[in-house]
Ligand binder design. Structure first.
Ligand SMILES: [Zn+2]
Length: 121
């Protein structure tokens, strides 16, 4: 998995900053699934809340078995689909190719600091 710096585009006084796609830098990102990891410092278990288009699941897992972006505390993953990167993938012969994996925006705590990054792949 590649980690990429988060870039914000223009700031709009009524809407906030535009989040730029980590691969093409365009602003047309669509939010998809969200996963929240509730873990107090070094707890053996993590409560994982996963939301998709139709449901919300809340499950407690051993902390080492989750994909929590934080190695020790709380974390959040938001999946995004880019209008430019994910909708049209045409190969050199003109055939439509499968979509690339969604981009994941990770926000997490580590040693009192909150970090934000893109996770690709
Ligand atoms: Zn893109």
């Amino acid at each position: 998995m590649d980690k990429v710096q988060v870039i914000l585009r223009d700031y709009n006084n009524t809407m906030g900053s535009e989040l730029a796609c980590p691969t093409c830098s365009e602003a047309y990102l669509h939010q998809r699934n969200v996963t929240v990891f509730q873990r107090y410092e070094d707890e053996a278990t993590t409560v994982v809340m996963q939301q998709n288009e139709n449901d919300m699941h809340i499950t407690t897992f051993p902390s080492r078995g989750t994909c929590n972006p934080s190695p020790r505390r709380h974390g959040l993953l938001i999946e995004f689909e880019c209008e430019h990167c994910h909708y049209t993938h045409i190969d050199g012969e003109g055939d439509e190719m499968p979509r690339e994996p969604l981009h994941r925006l990770a926000i997490y705590q580590h040693k009192g600091t909150t970090y934000v990054e893109w996770q690709l792949g």
